[in-house]
Design a protein around this ligand. Structure first.
Ligand SMILES: [Zn+2]
Length: 382
């Protein structure tokens, strides 16, 4: 067995491994540099290592590392990718783990590369010969872009443990719920003509007015149908975020484009809501002669709700001293839940730091997270 690197050494190596993921191919990178490090380290810890290809062309993989066999068990899950960065906005090298003022700086320190060396430290502090139920380390790709890694886990449909913890930045507070999100573009194509005679064209802007009216009524119906008081905004939302159309007051508007953002509650399924949205719009402009086109701006992300009475939520509440709550960002949690795992989001970073230049994590968060993980593993696997 090779000697495992110390915490700071493994953390530095992960930060130095570039793993940006982006829906813009110009920024998108493989996550192999981080996964290969983790595969070596977890192999040295005695884990069985599997690299599962997700997108061969872009060299994206998930790592599934497991120790112990049988039912039950605990999955510790994190994504290996980071968002793109603007070099000039950083005061230090984003790929060099930098210690300053009681903090670690670097791209992805908080969201969420710190999680992996903390897991390793927790494992090293335990007698792994006493494992009775499996510990599974999941390290995914593309969480920041398309969720392709988590979707691949769901498509494989394989059981990966009964309980899961995702170390996304929650400031050491357990989270069991978040909303889902979808963004859609609606485009209408009509016909231009001189403004003096409406019969010369077909006005796309007036068509969009009809669409917006129909969507506002549909939103009101959705908000009656779905509501959850555990969220600060207890209903689903539909925001009219951007509209562009026409080019001149004295020409009939030929094209109009609207972009909307919907935030979905647990129980609302992205594909089902997208179908209902498209039906509503299609019916609203039926017979108008306008060309209608829909585009998904981002693949939709599911809402998450783990049973507040589930064992992992109860244990997380006890270990942190905080009751579980909801957050305003999405995670891979709903995908793990759909694989039959009760999933809690609990990690040492702060979401305010995620996706920011000069991202940092407070060093004081490391040891408490390590203690939580140690107790979690003992509880569920020993
Ligand atoms: Zn994240």
């Amino acid at each position: 067995m090779t000697k495992l690197p110390a915490f700071k050494e493994s953390f530095s190596a992960l930060i130095a491994a570039p793993t940006v993921s982006s829906i813009n191919p110009a920024h998108d990178q493989s996550n192999r540099p981080a996964v290969d490090l983790l595969a070596n380290w977890f192999s040295d810890l005695g884990f069985n290592i599997e690299l599962v290809p997700v997108d061969s062309a872009a060299d994206k993989v998930n790592l599934v590392a497991s120790l112990g066999a049988g039912g039950g068990g605990l999955a510790l899950s994190g994504h290996t990718d980071t968002v793109p960065f603007t070099e000039t906005a950083w005061r230090q090298d984003p790929f060099k783990l930098t210690e300053k003022d009681g903090r670690f700086y670097g791209l992805g320190v908080s969201d969420m590369k710190c999680f992996f060396p903390i897991v390793m430290a927790a494992l090293q502090s335990l007698d792994l010969k006493k494992i009775k139920r499996p510990i599974i380390l999941l390290a995914t790709c593309d969480e920041e872009s398309t969720m392709a890694g988590a979707k691949a886990l769901v498509d494989a449909g394989r059981s990966l443990g009964r309980h899961a913890l995702i170390g996304e930045p929650t400031g050491l507070q357990p989270v069991n719920m978040h909303k889902g999100v979808m963004i859609e573009t609606i485009s209408l194509g009509g016909r231009a003509g001189h403004s003096s005679d409406p019969s010369l064209g077909n006005n796309a802007m007036e068509g969009m007015h009809v669409v917006i009216t129909a969507l506002r009524a549909w939103r009101a119906r959705l908000q009656e149908e779905f509501s959850n008081d555990q969220f600060k905004v207890p209903t689903p939302t539909l925001n009219f975020g951007s509209i562009h159309g026409g080019d001149s007051p004295n020409r009939i508007c030929a094209d109009c484009e609207l972009k909307i953002d919907l935030r979905l509650l647990p129980g609302m399924h992205v594909h089902e809501i997208r179908n209902r949205l498209r039906q509503t719009v299609t019916q609203a402009i039926a017979g108008s002669g306008l060309q209608l086109q829909f585009d998904e701006v981002l693949p939709g992300m599911a809402a998450m709700a783990t049973d507040p009475c589930s064992e992992i939520v109860k244990v997380a509440e006890e270990l942190t001293g905080h009751s579980t709550g909801a957050v305003n960002f999405g995670t891979e949690g709903p995908y793990l839940n759909s694989l039959g795992m009760d999933t809690v989001i609990l990690g040492p970073g702060d979401i305010e730091q995620a996706h920011q230049a000069n991202e940092y994590i407070e060093q004081a968060r490391i040891q408490p997270m390590q203690d939580i993980l140690k107790k979690m593993i003992s509880h569920f696997c020993m």
